[in-house]
Design a protein around this ligand. Structure first.
Ligand code: ADP
Ligand code: MG
Length: 692
């Protein structure tokens, strides 16, 4: 019996119509159905004698139907009423409005269980209770809607709890024993995991809290374990691969590189460079994630790697998400490398064709040592002579596929990915369990002096006044809007509209510029150049300035509708100022209505550590939001939560990595099912193949 191919229609009680409804919940097979887990439970197991009912509490009563009737109110509403009695000798009335047909369902003398909020008028009554009739010939011997711990499922309109719960009960009864047990007994024993059949049965219909939590733990463990196994295998293969490039390190030429820098490296930069040196000296390919706040100086770190690979006669490439950033890196790297005879080439889409063709030729012939580009680098027409190091900057802006593509341009390159998104440890472990991680936890100029304030939008005049003070000091300002055009629904004033107002009225004595994602790359570059040169005093922008822009003279940033940004994003934006020596100001403008929004804005005003902020963001918004839809590397977890289930995550991770180091190709018989599942789940996503 293969439940992953058996239609859910085979479940008792599911006909073509219900199947259609189930499909809207993403359920088409029996397996989908069993994996549709409850969102929460309600404990309706505690039976109360009617004589002990409490007013306004949700309670469960078991009794017999004494009588049933349908009557009309004076306003013409039809009410179905059921009188229920129990051993306590008291009566409870159950009422349903406008459902006279319900009378058909009940017979005097039926045993029923009802659940709901008891109201006391002259008598105890429950309006629209959950109910269940207990008959000898009941399809299921135990109650499922009342009188027990009851599962509450995620629903879509057209499906109700009662119907879905009944389907689930049948599904579990008929098919849970056919769920494949992937986990061998040795692993189960080691981690006290219950068998999968009980887990599936009990996660849907537990008889007590303990059963529910054991079931959940087992399923969460599985989710993490499978994902960590995939990471462990990738990791193993990388460590194994002997075909990487062992770079020779020559102190003399290295000195030349360090001398070409215009500043002394920070300790964090030195430490990271040391780690990269070790990685690259080894025959194994490097696979390193460099995490560091905006402005922590990651570019020179990548420059060191690029230098090392070039001085060993390979090429290096650095891929960035935007053309502005590509050009910026191109300038920075050219400055460093022109002195030591290393040729840096820019390769972006907006280049005129002849220049682009030339850049392609240089890349292919190997005359270009370092190639700086956007996703142009992964296009099909681009070939390298011998690409030794791949650097991916601001990696969170790229998908897994794009990252993987760059690796296909060469054989076993060293890989360095850089991110300014400070990823909390648990998250890094889930996402990048197969990489080494360096943290650049120091800013070159020491702590940034940025003061963050939070103003109500009615005080907007005040912040324009503050901006003007800065402008008169010959500083520059950013004003950030969340969207380009005005969107009525979101009630946010778009950058374009505000730009006109700011330019013509509020800042009319200053030069105001506008930049947003819909401009051409050339227009964007021109505007950024003008801003950098000081030709523009106030730059009105969307979040496009979030990544990598460096204008040290900008000392103030106003962020409108700040509540619409995530904390990490606000922090990134704020990282654009305070880059010079002067104190800088970040003004968050918001009429945060909800308490949550207020909490967040207060948090960001006080916090200045990117990791703390990311953790806070993660707590508030969850991992999916934080990393966006693009982060395809996120495991698809139905139950597991990388924050609250971190202990299970760590346990699963440890087991997975140990297992792979013992038996890298999962060759033992008892791992057969696991191996099949892994191949099926991750083949496409990770280009996963087993060793041997
Ligand atoms: P990141 O990419 O980590 O956000 P960058 O590499 O763009 O940061 O560096 C930010 C700024 O700091 C750049 O202007 C760079 O020249 C400068 N910088 C980097 N390292 C140092 C250092 N050790 N001392 C002084 N300035 C530095
Ligand atoms: Mg950078």
């Amino acid at each position: 019996m293969n439940i992953s191919t058996t239609s859910a229609q085979y479940i008792k009680g599911v006909g073509p119509d219900r199947l259609k409804l189930l499909k809207r919940l993403g359920i088409s097979t029996v397996q989908d159905c069993l994996l549709h887990f409850p969102r929460r439970y309600e404990d309706r197991s505690n039976l109360k004698p009617i004589s002990e009912l409490k007013e306004d509490e949700y309670q469960t009563v078991k009794g017999k139907v004494l009588s049933s009737s349908v009557f009309s109110t004076r306003r013409g509403r039809r009410i179905f009423q059921l009188a229920v009695g129990d051993d306590s000798g008291k009566k409870l009335y159950c009422l349903w409005f406008n459902q006279p047909y319900m009378k058909r369902y009940f017979t005097e003398g039926d045993t029923i269980i009802v659940y709901g909020k008891a109201q006391k008028t002259s008598r105890f009554q429950i309006i629209h209770p959950e109910y269940e009739i207990i008959r000898e010939d009941s399809p299921t011997e135990d109650p499922i809607h009342t009188g027990r711990i009851v599962p509450i499922y995620p629903l879509v309109s057209g499906v109700n709890q009662r119907t879905l719960r009944a389907i689930m009960k049948h599904g579990v009864q008929q098919y849970s024993r056919y769920v494949q047990e992937l986990m061998p007994t040795n692993i189960r024993a080691r981690h006290h995991l219950i068998d999968i059949h009980s887990a599936i049965k009990n996660i849907h219909f537990p008889i007590n809290d303990r059963q529910a939590s054991e079931a959940r733990r087992r399923i969460v463990f599985d989710e993490f374990f499978i994902h960590q196994l995939a990471l462990a295998i990738r990791r193993y293969k990388m460590k194994l691969a002997p075909e990487g490039r062992a770079h020779k390190i020559e102190a003399e030429s290295e000195d030349e590189f360090f001398k070409a820098l215009s500043f002394e490296l920070t300790n964090a930069q030195k430490k990271t460079i040391e780690e990269i040196r070790n990685d690259m000296a080894s025959q194994r390919a490097m696979h390193r994630l460099i995490q560091g706040e905006v402005g922590s100086g990651k570019t020179v770190i990548s420059a060191y790697g690029l230098f090392l690979t070039v001085s060993n006669n390979h090429q290096g490439a650095i891929m960035v998400p935007t053309e502005i950033l590509a050009k910026q890196h191109y300038i920075t790297l050219s400055n460093i490398f022109s002195e030591i005879g290393i040729r840096v080439v820019l390769l972006i889409n907006s280049m005129p064709k002849p220049e682009k063709d030339q850049a392609k030729e240089l890349t292919e012939s190997g005359e270009a040592d370092i190639i700086v580009g956007t996703h142009t680098l992964i296009q099909s027409g681009i070939a390298f002579k011998d690409l030794g190091l791949v650097v991916i900057d601001e990696q969170h802006k790229f998908g897994v596929q794009q990252r993987a593509l760059l690796k296909t341009k060469t054989q076993n390159p060293d890989i360095m990915v850089m991110t300014a998104t400070p990823i909390p440890r648990t998250m890094a472990m889930t996402l990048y369990g197969d990489m080494d991680i360096s943290v650049v936890d120091e800013l070159p100029q020491g702590k940034r002096d940025v003061q963050t304030l939070w103003l109500d939008s009615s005080e907007v005049d005040k912040d324009y006044a503050v901006v003007k003070i800065e402008l008169k000091e010959k500083r520059q300002a950013y004003i950030i809007y969340p969207v380009i055009d005005e969107s009525q629904a979101l009630r946010s004033e778009g950058a374009v509209k505000m730009y006109n107002k700011l330019k013509d009225e509020i800042f009319k004595e200053f030069e105001v510029g506008l930049i947003h994602g819909r401009l051409s790359d050339e227009e964007k570059t021109t505007i950024m150049k003008d801003f950098k040169k000081g030709k523009i005093d106030v730059l009105v922008a969307t979040t496009i300035v979030e990544v990598g822009i460096d204008v040290t003279n900008a000392s103030i940033m106003v962020i409108e509708n700040a509540q619409r940004f995530g904390l990490s994003q606000l922090h990134q934006l704020r990282g654009r100022i305070g880059r010079g020596k002067q104190r800088s100001y970040c003004i968050l403008v918001s009429d945060a209505q909800t308490e949550e929004a207020q909490q967040r804005l207060e948090a960001i005003s006080k916090m200045d550590d990117g990791f703390d902020i990311a953790q806070e963001d993660l707590n508030i918004r969850g991992p999916g939001e934080l990393f966006g839809k693009r982060q395809h590397g996120l495991p698809e977890l139905t139950l597991g939560n990388v924050i609250s289930d971190v202990e299970i995550l760590e346990e699963a991770r440890k087991e997975a990595f140990e297992l792979i180091s013992d038996d890298p190709s999962l060759s033992q018989d008892r791992y057969k099912a696991l191996k099949e599942k892994l191949t099926e789940t991750f083949k496409e996503k990770f280009h996963l193949g087993f060793v041997g």
